[in-house]
Design a binder for this molecule. Structure first.
Ligand SMILES: Cc1cc2nc3c(=O)[nH]c(=O)nc-3n(C[C@H](O)[C@H](O)[C@H](O)COP(=O)(O)OP(=O)(O)OC[C@H]3O[C@@H](n4cnc5c(N)ncnc54)[C@H](O)[C@@H]3O)c2cc1C
Length: 495
């Protein structure tokens, strides 16, 4: 059981004052100020860091959100927007002097517009609920994070989330047409709409991936697509991880863009198979799941070409899904891979870095060597087609291995940058990768990004301590740049 320190008298008094002030703008059932219920908001999917917020609000309307934001603006209070709390980069972890704005009650689909092929949803609607709402009409929402049953569309916008089908159909940013957002001074603004290209500065583009730093998104308009006529998944096994990596880059190099192209290594294959019986071969070192969609004749042709490329890389087994049930089963293993790995290790740390596809084989080999050096196992399960790696580092926090796992994770991310890649593919920077930002960005790049943040939020009250490294960390990395970043999460309890 985790025991948190009792709050000191100062915090309790401040909490009481803030709850009283919030009561002037929100109904009582929209304010959480008691210790027990606040505990539920201490962390998100990045459970290594916890912090109890001053208070939590659960508004129901945009007017209520705007009222809270205006109150915070007047009194200089910090705010942390929160969807379902599934962030893997600590994006929704509160600061001790912040109010969490939980958007879970914004859970209605407002309009389904088949004429314009879009859905207008409140920000707290889950990703999967959008697809379910249009499924009967043969449509779906393409970006499909593995957390889609729980994560919200507002969180997806904030993180620019991806999923297995983003290789062909794009990330969140390619599928969002418009948003309504409350800015840090309490104004309600709309960027985009039901059409492409807003015809002015691309403020919608700026909002997607902004990690709760520039406002609270209350409504999202997304593009929906008709289901492809047919889809077929190929399971291709290799006795060598390098060969699988090289096969991925050759498939793309041949001009084939599969609907999804995922890769799992031996530990991930075994964990997933034991969990869901997906039908994966257990004797291989690496497994590719390649999904092809479109008219049946096109799939036949592409499947043949993929098979030929896989042959050239020495595939040891290749099986195509025979029907929809089997295709779903192939994907079930991949989609359940994270919880499956959770069954074989007391703890795991999910990394998220992206590299150029042609470096897959080298980088996987380097991760294997790092794994030996740190004495911690890794299971790899990732969006191979996008070059978006998700090494899962297995560790046991109760045996004091967390710090080693974090150091290993940081080395993996540095490896990604050194290979010409980037620190994140879809999970965002949040708290987790904040201090590595100077490793990827030059001081001038960071300063431009921070200027954009200040243009919306000059007092730095929105999601404090996320994304931008502290001055201290920049100096440590030998890259000094100056901004007013604070570090409210330094010295927090880690578990
Ligand atoms: C098992 C598992 C599998 C996952 N698989 C994937 C995957 O395949 N692909 C992927 O991309 N991610 C994945 N994730 C990560 C996570 O689900 C996504 O980042 C998701 O978009 C977060 O949504 P959320 O509603 O939980 O947001 P939260 O975790 O609550 O918040 C995430 C960030 O968004 C901000 N935010 C939330 N709502 C709003 C809002 N309305 N307005 C402004 N800012 C807001 C928060 O401040 C925070 O910075 C996975 C997570 C888990 C636990």
């Amino acid at each position: 059981m985790i025991c948190l320190p009792e709050p000191d008298a100062g915090i309790l008094a401040r909490r009481e004052r803030i709850v009283a002030a919030l009561a002037a703008v929100l109904p009582p059932d929209a304010i959480v100020g008691d210790e027990l219920r606040l505990a539920a908001y201490e962390t998100d999917g990045f459970t290594a860091v916890r912090c109890r917020p001053l208070a939590v609000v659960l508004p129901r309307t945009t007017a209520e959100v705007a009222a809270v934001v205006r109150l915070a603006h007047r009194d200089g209070l910090k705010l942390v927007p929160r969807g379902a709390g599934t962030s893997l980069s600590g994006g929704a972890v509160p600061a001790a002097d912040a109010i969490v704005v939980g958007m879970g009650r914004f859970n209605r689909i407002l309009d389904i517009d088949y004429g314009n092929r879009c859905v207008v949803a409140q920000c707290g609607v889950t990703n999967l609920a959008i697809t379910q709402a249009v499924a009967a009409a043969g449509c779906y929402y393409a970006p499909d994070p593995s957390s889609q049953v729980a994560c919200t569309i507002g969180g997806n916008v904030a993180e620019n989330s991806g999923g297995v089908h983003c290789l062909k159909y794009g990330l969140t940013t390619h599928n969002v047409l418009g948003v309504e957002m409350v800015t840090p001074d309490g104004e309600v603004v709309r960027f985009g709409g039901r059409h492409l290209d807003a015809g002015h500065y691309d403020l919608l583009g700026l909002t997607v991936g902004s990690e709760g730093l520039i406002g609270i998104v209350t409504e999202v308009t997304v593009r929906i697509l008709p289901h492809p006529e047919h889809a077929r998944a190929l399971l291709i096994g290799f006795s060598d991880v390098r060969a699988a990596g090289a096969c991925v880059s050759d498939i793309i190099g041949a001009g084939i863009i599969p609907a999804g192209m995922e890769m799992m290594d031996r530990p991930a294959i075994h964990a997933a198979e034991a969990f869901v019986n997906a039908g994966y071969p257990l004797e291989v070192e690496a497994l590719l799941i390649v999904e092809l969609d479109g008219p049946a004749a096109e799939i036949d042709l592409l499947a043949e070409r993929v098979r030929t490329i896989a042959d050239a890389h020495g595939q040891v087994c290749c099986r195509a899904s025979g029907d929809e049930q089997e295709r779903a089963r192939f994907w079930a293993g991949r989609k359940a891979a994270f919880p499956a790995v959770g069954r074989i290790s007391p703890d795991y740390y999910c990394m998220d870095g992206t590299i150029p596809r042609h470096r897959l084989a080298d980088v996987l080999e380097s991760i294997r060597k790092l794994s030996q050096r740190y004495g911690l196992e890794v299971a790899n399960v990732f969006h191979a087609g996008d070059g978006n790696l998700h090494p899962l580092i297995l560790y046991d926090a109760n045996r004091g291995e967390l710090e080693r796992a974090e150091a290993f994770g940081n080395d993996i991310l540095r490896l990604c940058v050194d290979a010409g890649g980037v620190l994140t593919g879809e999970h965002g920077v949040g708290l987790e990768k904040r201090d590595l930002m100077p490793y990827q960005f030059a001081p001038a790049d960071l300063e431009v990004q921070h200027r954009l943040k200040r243009a919306f939020d000059p007092q730095l009250r929105f999601n404090p301590g996320k994304v931008f490294p502290s001055l201290h960390r920049c100096v440590e990395q030998g890259r000094r740049h100056v901004h007013a970043g604070d570090e409210p999460h330094a010295g927090l309890p880690r578990f």
